[in-house]
Write a protein that binds this ligand. Structure first.
Ligand code: 13P
Length: 260
């Protein structure tokens, strides 16, 4: 049985004051809900992590994730933030391999594999992002691309470590474009990803691993996407910056009957 996850990726948005207001409103709205059946994760920019982990400690309403970490352990790497530093702030999750990092910062599957290693060494859960660009989908290469991202970036992990990983399928053409994958397109890719996990790690791991959908997921389409049998929640960009929409997505996730 898989508990759904809704994770908000704030990307590079919000001043400190705006971040504080946003998280306060998210907390207020979460508190109005009966016990939610889904796990909520908020991934703010680095400078705001501690503000959120402090609140999390008091309120226990959500978990906190970072958006990136260094592939290196420590030392003379100016500007980098290590997995160990994140862990020391009580950060539980970290997004790895977001398409914006792959595209604008040249992150390869090999570098991402190292980032995942640092996170696992520090007892954190990577949220590993995969997904094809539009040209790859149009050329019918989307399965091949996602398979390579998984094989080179993730599948080096052993069975114990893979249990801590969340996978996010984010078709790049759907990110920030308002063009969501159809529920069928999402389901087809999620089932494919789960079948690859099964091939590498067996039935039990494949049944347990959470695979999130990301890309223009919002309060209007969340239920339809999350109702697909292999879609275990969402990684939300734009809509996570509006407390009302984000909490609505969390509520929708928690109302979907869990799949056995
Ligand atoms: P949008 O929800 O803004 O399309 O962004 C998705 C995303 O990139 C989440 O990581």
């Amino acid at each position: 049985m898989r508990n759904k996850i809704v994770a908000g990726n704030w990307k590079m948005n919000c001043s400190f004051d705006e971040a504080e207001m946003l998280v306060d409103e998210i907390l207020d709205r979460l508190e109005e809900q009966e016990e939610l059946e889904c796990e909520v994760i908020v991934c703010p920019p680095f400078p705001y992590l501690e503000m959120l982990t402090d609140m999390e400690f008091e309120e226990q309403q959500f978990n906190v994730g970072a958006q990136n970490c260094s592939a290196y352990e420590k030392g003379a790497y100016t500007g980098e933030v290590s997995a160990k530093m994140l862990r020391s702030l009580d950060v539980d999750y970290c997004i790895v391999g977001h398409s914006e990092r792959r595209k604008y910062f040249g992150e390869t599957n090999e570098v991402l594999a190292e980032k995942i290693n640092r996170l696992i060494e520090n007892n954190m859960s990577p949220i590993y992002c995969v997904g094809e660009v539009l040209e790859e989908r149009e050329a019918n290469r989307h399965f091949e691309v996602v398979k390579e991202q998984l094989e080179k970036g993730l599948f080096h992990l052993d069975r114990d470590a893979i249990n801590d990983v969340v996978i996010a399928y984010e078709p790049v053409w759907a990110i920030g474009t308002g063009k969501t994958a159809t529920p069928d397109q999402a389901q087809e890719m999620h089932a494919f990803i789960r079948s690859l996990v099964k091939e590498h790690y067996g039935d039990a791991v494949a049944d347990e691993i959470r695979i999130l959908y990301g890309g223009s997921c919002n309060a209007k389409n969340a239920t339809e996407l999350f109702s697909q049998p292999d879609v275990d929640g969402g990684l939300i960009g734009g809509a996570s910056l509006k407390a009302e929409d984000f909490v609505s997505i969390c509520v929708q996730a928690s109302q979907i009957k869990e799949k056995e």
